[in-house]
Design a protein around this ligand. Structure first.
Ligand SMILES: Cc1cc2nc3c(=O)[nH]c(=O)nc-3n(C[C@H](O)[C@H](O)[C@H](O)COP(=O)(O)O)c2cc1C
Length: 380
């Protein structure tokens, strides 16, 4: 090996090897590279039931020994806030996931299901019997421009969960994790990011409770950690990851001290021995995209004892650098993986990337903007 350009080594056979392509042992899973499919909501699961077209979509993005995280998937009939997002609380949904998971496994991928509850980021139209969405609080959200930049989402003021109702919601996450195992997933990622229910408890600018789930940092993180514990007890901590975004402000959920929040969670998570912690970069503060940020995930990375995954605004070069410098174990790619089904191969060859089309991120079409992004061979 001799030194190459920034973070690369040129091996003696003249081929360039990059750190993103070093194998990695994540608990019991042998990953062949460090490039992860980030969870991506695509709103093509009609009636909250995963559809056959998702088999092709996910298998296109599978590489042998690659880790994929499925789109956010509802844990119960109160968990939805967007049309046609998948669920995993009914038998029909579990059965519908099975061929999708099989398609990923057939190509040697490792597939985790992101389990989700939107909390107050919803309206009564998504709720059973038109009831109010549930949350840590009864503070309403202002109408919000959707990520597609066109639609304006309207929210129904939420109903604050009573303390005695909270175990039921934790149990919904536990059952969803059990169902994910039944569907054949290799594990679950608890969605503790982006202003959804778990963050509505964690973040001090939302949580205004006075019971044991509100107030101090410890109290605000209790809900998240009780979910981690319940899910770990159900399926084994070696199959459990969590996603956090302490620095993000999405869905009106900022925190006045995100550094302490991130660090507290990393240290608390160590007690459960979960497989991974997946954290969104501070530069993804707003839904609009990358901004300059003086903050770093390094203290959280150093505090957490399991596998660390970063996401948010990464390209081939800075992802490679982050692994080379040991700032992370794995790098999750969202929009570039959405638009490049063969992203790992393109990175390996340093090939050009397809551009993503934001307009079809959340449209219903089972092909357009979903499974029709070209592979390298067909663009050559
Ligand atoms: C279309 C789309 C859907 C997304 N859906 C989810 C989701 O379901 N769960 C989640 O945690 N993050 C979701 N995200 C955030 C991504 O996982 C990722 O963190 C974000 O796109 C930043 O990474 P990138 O710069 O590589 O795209 C979504 C992003 C996009 C663009």
């Amino acid at each position: 090996m001799k030194g190459g350009v920034d973070g690369e080594n040129i091996s003696s056979n003249g081929l360039s090897t990059i750190h993103l392509f070093t194998p990695y042992k994540m608990g019991n899973f042998n990953l062949s590279h460090r490039i992860v499919l980030a969870p991506l909501t695509r709103q093509r699961s009609f009636g909250n039931v995963p559809q056959p077209h998702a088999s092709l979509y996910y298998s296109q993005r599978t590489s042998k020994g690659g880790l994929l995280i499925a789109e956010a998937t509802g844990v119960s009939d109160t968990a939805q806030g967007y049309p046609d997002t998948p669920g995993i609380w009914t038998n029909e949904q579990v059965e519908a996931w099975k061929p999708i998971v099989d398609a990923v496994h057939a190509k040697g991928g490792i597939f985790f299901c992101q389990i989700w509850h939107v909390g107050r980021v919803s309206n009564s139209g998504f709720q059973p019997n038109g009831q109010a969405p549930i949350s840590s609080t009864d503070k309403p959200l202002r109408p919000q421009l959707r990520a597609n930049g066109i639609d304006v989402a309207q929210f129904t003021p939420p109903r604050r969960l009573r303390t005695d109702e909270i175990p039921k919601i934790i149990n919904d996450f536990r059952l969803a994790a059990r169902n994910a195992m039944e569907a054949g997933f290799d594990g679950v990622e608890i969605h503790g990011a982006h202003g959804y229910l778990i963050e509505q408890f964690m973040k001090d600018q939302v949580n205004d409770r006075t019971d044991q789930y509100g107030g101090s940092l410890e109290n605000r993180c209790r809900f998240a950690l009780e979910i981690v514990e319940a899910v770990s007890n159900e399926i084994g901590a070696d199959r459990v990851g969590i996603r956090l975004s302490p620095f993000a402000d999405y869905c009106e959920a900022p925190d006045s001290n995100p550094k302490s929040l991130g660090l507290y969670m990393a240290e608390a998570l160590n007690q459960y021995g979960i497989l991974y912690c997946h954290v969104v970069e501070p530069r993804m503060k707003n839904i609009g995209g990358k901004v300059e940020s003086p903050d770093s995930l390094l203290p959280i990375r150093k505090a957490f004892k399991g596998t660390f995954i970063v996401a948010g605004g990464y390209d081939r070069e800075d992802g490679n650098k982050a692994v080379a410098e040991n700032h992370t174990d794995l790098v999750a790619y969202g929009r570039s993986f959405l638009a490049n089904p063969d992203l790992p191969q393109r990175f390996e060859l340093n090939a050009p990337l397809n551009k993503y089309n934001r307009e079809t991120f959340y449209t219903k079409d089972p092909i357009i903007g979903y499974t029709d992004y070209p592979f390298l061979e067909s663009t050559a």
